[in-house]
Ligand binder design. Sequence first.
Ligand code: HEM
Length: 133
Amino acid sequence: MEYPDQTIYEGIGGADKVAALVDHFYDRVARHPDLAPIFPDDLTETKRKQQQFLTQFLGGPSLYSEEHGHPRLRARHLRFPIGAAQGRAWLSCMQAAMDAVTIPEPWCEIMFERLTLTAHHMVNLHEENSLER
Ligand code: HEM
């Protein structure tokens, strides 16, 4: 289905909603045993970048690219070990954060589907290639 008159960003409530979502999300990331070890202790800058990125990812202004250039998201994640467990953990934190800030349908489903695809793309450790098992 098409929603030509409104972006996801506008549909969910714009900058305030994205800011609240990012806050809830990183509160959970910081407490998640599979995620906390690979994130910095101080998440201030991480939050700022994620807010910029999600804004443009959801169809709002290109805040991330204006400051940091092309996202190259997969390349930027390669220095972190991201396996299936981290991918699942990231998505579960995001699902919980989306529930906490209340994202209305149909946006909730569309948005989570896009985030799921992107999260799968970020996985860079695959068990069959791991020498550590
Ligand atoms: C699949 C699980 C994922 C893990 C484990 C993960 C982990 C990380 C880590 C450790 C950082 C660095 C934080 C820092 O040094 O400040 C980061 C940065 C970032 N992540 Fe993820 N991430 C995942 C998925 C995603 C997804 C799905 C998105 C987008 C929808 C995303 C967007 C970003 C952005 C925009 C940054 C900042 C990049 C920059 O430095 O400019 N990540 N992520």
